[in-house]
Design a protein around this ligand. Structure first.
Ligand SMILES: *Cc1c(COP(=O)(O)O)cnc(C)c1O
Length: 391
């Protein structure tokens, strides 16, 4: 491998020997194409005409009045598919095409990354297989159906607890046997090198646009950038452009709640210990024997027991701060944004809004906070209804 894929001591590629040449091929192709003029032009055009970039930066005035400072929303919820995920699937899908691969595979938990991959499989006419745990298939039948409509095949993963981490294991296993024609389209800024770097690269457009839009609309950089953290891709996508600006506070918000069935929270950076999962060294939620916990959150998209390696380094260095939001705070945030702005946020994104609500009247009124509104909440309406039944 040309690069170590290390962020401090985190990251790397802890994978079976057979996968090394495959990851090497991917690394080589990424560094060959990502700055290539034709690749960039094609991705730029699809980002605009297919995905809907640039996404607006919106001053949420009524929400701002409620918290007592200025809140701007980076509207990734308006993209095709309803979330930031399309930035990554479009980028990696195009990379697969340039590499001459004809088939896509991907893992999915709640089905959101699976669906975003299935869309791209249809767009590029590539045969697509989505690995999904049997438990998740049962819980997320609508997304399973939509993937099928896009022409993707959903592979039911029986092993373990039938959830996301089992789906990743099976997808990696399948990949080793089908590397010649198959591209593994990974869903977040985690997993073995070079995925954390590739995924961040394709999500960086969020921060680049945000910076320009702030300078244009507000005439200065924000005081604070807030994003939810599952694997970490939407947060890194918006943080990256501000890393050098020491006066811009970066806040990552994890899922501190316990979901509908009261399981274990998924606040990996807040409560985890260092270990290795899915090919990378990172903070992990694990017991004393190193068994990885099954997590549970109201927002399935944050339900991952590990986190991307770059976030681990940003935590240790203190450049970014990580906090957890509880389910009830998240539901309050969902309701407040919906009531004050008529925008239904994804429950994932509502974690970031919940942090701002916790800062109500604690920050100077001229404070400017940008929230990455990573996705729209239509998919979450039934969960909200269950947790907050209308009287
Ligand atoms: C998948 C998802 C997330 C979590 O993934 P990251 O890689 O941490 O960004 C957050 N928000 C939405 C809307 C999602 O669909």
């Amino acid at each position: 491998m040309k690069y170590s894929g290390r962020f401090g001591d985190y990251g790397g590629f802890y994978v079976p020997e057979v996968l090394i040449p495959v990851l090497e091929e991917l690394e080589g192709a990424f560094y060959r194409f990502y700055e290539d003029g034709q690749f960039a032009a094609e991705l730029g055009q699809l980002s605009r005409d297919y995905a809907g970039r640039p996404s607006p930066l919106y001053h949420a005035k009524r929400f701002s009045e409620h918290v007592g400072f200025n809140v701007y929303l980076k509207r990734e919820d308006l993209l095709h598919g309803g979330a930031h995920k399309v930035n990554n699937t479009l980028g990696q899908g195009l990379l697969a095409k340039y590499m001459g691969k004809t088939k896509l595979i991907a893992e999915t938990g709640a089905g959101q990354h699976g669906l975003a991959t299935a869309m791209i499989g249809a767009l590029f006419g590539m045969e697509t297989k989505i690995f999904m745990g049997v438990t998740d298939i049962e819980r997320q039948s609508v997304n399973v159906h939509k993937m099928g409509l896009c022409g993707a095949e959903v592979i039911a993963v029986e092993g373990g607890t039938g959830t996301l981490k089992d789906a990743i294991n099976d997808a990696l296993r399948y990949w080793t046997a089908h590397v010649a024609d198959t591209f593994y389209l990974f869903g977040s800024a985690c997993g073995p090198h070079p995925y954390p770097t590739i995924v961040k690269h394709f999500q960086c457009c969020i921060g680049k646009e945000t910076r320009e839009q702030c300078l244009e609309k507000i005439g200065k950089l924000p005081d604070m950038v807030v994003a939810c953290v599952g694997g970490g891709s939407n947060a890194l996508g918006i943080f990256n452009e501000f890393l050098e600006d020491e006066n811009v506070k970066l806040i990552g918000v994890e899922a501190g709640g316990r979901g509908l069935s009261g399981g274990r929270h998924a606040a990996t950076l807040v409560a985890g210990r260092v270990g290795i999962l899915h090919g990378a060294k990172a903070y992990l939620l694990q017991d004393d024997e190193g068994q990885v916990y099954e997590t549970e959150s109201v927002s399935a998209g944050l339900d991952y027991p590990a986190v991307g390696p770059e976030h681990c380094l940003l935590k240790d260095s203190g450049r970014a701060e990580y906090v957890a939001a509880e389910d009830d705070e998240v539901l309050d945030a969902f309701e407040l944004l919906t009531r004050t702005e008529g925008i239904l946020p994804a429950l994932e994104s509502a974690h970031a809004l919940a942090y701002l609500m916790s800062q109500k009247d604690k920050l100077p009124g001229e404070t400017v906070a940008v929230v990455n509104l990573s996705g729209r909440g239509d998919k979450d309406v039934s969960i909200v209804e269950k947790r907050r039944p209308k009287k």
